[in-house]
Design a binder for this molecule. Sequence first.
Ligand code: URA
Length: 433
Amino acid sequence: MNPVEIIRKKRNGSKLDRQEIEFFINGYLRGSVSDYQMSAFLMAVYFQKMDFEETAVLTDVMVHSGVVVDLSSIEGVKVDKHSTGGVGDKVSLILAPMVAACGVPVPMISGRGLGHTGGTLDKLESIPGFKTNLSIDDYKKNISQINLVMIGQTDEIAPADRKLYALRDVTGTVESIPLIAASIMSKKIAEGIDALVLDVKTGRGAFMQSESDAIELAKNLIQIGKIFGKKTIALLTDMNQPLGYAVGNWCEVVECIECLQGKNVPDLMEVTYALGGGMLMLAGTAQTVEEGISMCREVIKSGKAFEKFNDLVKMQEGDISYIKNPEKYPKSKFTKEIKSTSSGYIGHIDALEIGFISVMLGAGRMKVEDKIDPKAGIVLAKKIGDFVENGEILAKIFTDRGEIMDTAVNRLEKAYQIASEPPVFQPLIHGMI
Ligand code: URA
């Protein structure tokens, strides 16, 4: 077999068999398939797709590129959540400690920023000292001790996803159902969970912009979960505007600290509670999603969820003083306020554009080797449906890249649309599958 033959076969729309998929993925890990050949392959899959059988095989090969962690010695139903990716989607940082504080073990393996969307790992690593690359022993130890661990793919767990994920981020090959499904499910199966709640995003800032594509992705994810014996459910949630107000790594951590301390950021907390309710139901801790939501509200109110977040930061060597006092974090060299040039209702905020602007500001990568600027980002002051006066602040930009400020301002101004009438209400949670 040779890599070019396989690329050409997929490029021409043919179905690949297990041997060919194994040859290509394992060859990439060993170095006999190069980055440029893998990029071409990913683009071929992007255009020609894979059927469900190929997607399941790809997932299986990616799972077994490393070890499948055995968590059976740890008591309880281990439950995790994964999002298909959104702008300002910081849910995991609130959700994981919240559910762990309800007594459910949460082993979570996440990814970095992908395309225009942010990643949980980059957000966690914006906390000085926070380690996301743990050995399997430490991974297990943390779950036993505090019910919670949050890491990235490692050389041992889901290494194929680790390498492919970084390449897809910078080659325009993210928005593909088989590639997303295999990426998500390979790391979730490898992490040793019993059950999984998926947050499948749909709308302008999601990888699946149309609801029908999002439903197809959700069905693929659930079906793969079934094959691997994991109880899996999916919520379909709206991603037409950023979730919450902050978009960028450290500023999102700050928003999460505030929510864990009891602040209600309505859209962010609505999604977080719904997913938490689903996780507690799958764990058997709650009979229904609604009961699970009440339990989640309780641990936010009592401060137990925030305590659990502090335990997580300490356990993974993050500097807790920044959690206690976020104000001491270094500041961006340049900031700019975007002001409204008319009065009216915010009718639309282009989440995709906001995601791309935040990458340009330094919050994401344009090349694999790029370093993230954790301070960079955008903090919105107004969201869809809010009334704004002429001259009022819409959003604030933070960056060290002074040379791109004018472009960022210009693009951000255009991302907001102001109308004379309030927009028609759109539900945030479209349904459960
Ligand atoms: N999240 C992942 O882990 N992988 C994807 O491809 C998209 C979202």
